[in-house]
Design a protein around this ligand. Structure first.
Ligand code: PMP
Length: 354
């Protein structure tokens, strides 16, 4: 750290993204990316924009905003597009948390929430999950502050029903609830329809997972018009051109290719079912994941050792040192071939340590 670094950031612990190693070809099951390329239509529209890169993009991304609104059954004014959903989440921390309005989120969840709270200098409270890793909505109902919940949650994949979310949202109409639906397309129900009814709910989603566009950085928030206006104020006060031309065009292409999207989601769900069954057959315990990853442990080998042995054999999964979950690994669901190889390697490792 240089001597010039602002006092306000000196104690910041940044988010640690999953490894992106270059030294070796891994079966990469550690960052919840899609194993499939973006749709051809996304690639084509994006490439067409390359020659226009000398011009700024449309700061309102009108065409894409209209398309996102359309597939979500909301109006244009209910949508904000951002540079990944990380950005809309940060905007929500900036807009709706301050010293009198803490951020509230589960103690086991997306690690970035804590970093967003810290960089924005807002107090936060981490609410423990139940012992089975489920979220107890009443814990949030009984507290004041802005709630951030990933649904399905990460890294467990466990999801709350929309009626539980509605109970939380309507319990206090004077506070904001943010539901982060990064993983909702892999078999869970979205809370977006509730945004038509409640002006204190923000739902965020991403093109990074189900639409194979993690490298393009595209996410969005859906909420009441008044909320979107607040978030747009933040956007125009930080980076009006937050979504670049090639990304906006790719997003439009991805939305147009409905079949590719639904086929890929279906494949991930099937591969998840195969992985769950195979790991259970090998004696693993798993959470009930509705995401594009599973969360698994076994008493035959520690979480950390399994992670290391998999890495030695060319498979990357995500391990977290946090005491409550250190016996687990989060395994992204890849292609069927990747998951078959993964299972075979796990079987070999368990044989070897017998
Ligand atoms: N929310 C959750 C729960 C996530 O796991 C991620 C991905 N790391 C994000 C949001 C952010 O994804 P992106 O910025 O790529 O949209």
């Amino acid at each position: 750290m240089s001597k010039f670094f602002s006092e306000k950031y000196k104690n910041l612990t940044p988010y640690v993204p999953g490894e992106q190693p270059k030294e070796r070809e891994y079966i990469k099951l550690n960052t919840n990316e899609s194993p499939f390329p973006p749709s051809e239509s996304a690639i084509k529209l994006s490439c067409e924009q390359a020659e226009k890169l000398y011009l700024y993009p449309d700061p309102d991304c009108k065409e894409l905003t209209a398309a996102v609104a359309n597939i979500n059954g909301v109006e244009f004014d209910n949508v904000i597009l951002t540079n990944g959903s990380d950005e809309v989440l940060n905007f929500a921390f900036m807009a709706y948390c301050d010293k009198n309005t803490p951020a509230i989120f589960p103690n086991i969840s997306y690690g970035f929430y804590k970093v967003f709270a810290e960089i924005n200098g807002v107090p936060y409270e981490e609410i423990p999950l139940r012992s089975d890793f489920t979220i107890d909505v009443d814990e949030y109902i009984n507290r004041k502050g802005t709630v951030f919940i990933a649904n399905p949650n990460a890294p467990t994949g466990i999801a709350l029903t929309v009626s539980e979310i509605e109970r939380l949202v309507k319990s206090d109409r004077n506070r904001i609830v943010v539901i982060d639906e990064a993983y909702v397309d892999f078999g869970w129900e979205s809370a977006v329809p509730l945004t038509n009814k409640y002006d204190n709910l923000i739902v965020t989603q991403t093109f990074s997972k189900s639409r194979s566009m993690a490298g393009a950085r595209l996410g969005f928030g859906i909420a009441d018009k008044s909320i979107i206006n607040d978030l747009i104020t933040i956007k125009y006060s930080t980076n009006p051109y937050n979504v670049n031309r090639m990304t906006a065009a790719a997003g439009l292409g991805a939305i147009n290719d409905k079949k590719y999207f639904s086929d890929n989601c279906k494949k991930i769900i099937e591969n998840r079912e195969y992985t769950v069954k195979s790991l259970k057959d090998l004696g693993f315990t798993l959470t009930n994941s509705y995401a594009n990853f599973v969360f698994a442990k076994t008493d035959k080998i520690s979480g950390k050792d399994l992670y290391l042995k998999l890495k030695e054999r060319g498979v990357l999964v995500r391990h977290f040192d946090k005491p409550e979950i250190k016996e687990y690994n989060r395994i992204t669901i890849g292609s069927f071939e990747q998951m078959q190889k993964f299972i075979n390697i796990v079987r070999d490792i368990l044989e070897e340590i017998k």
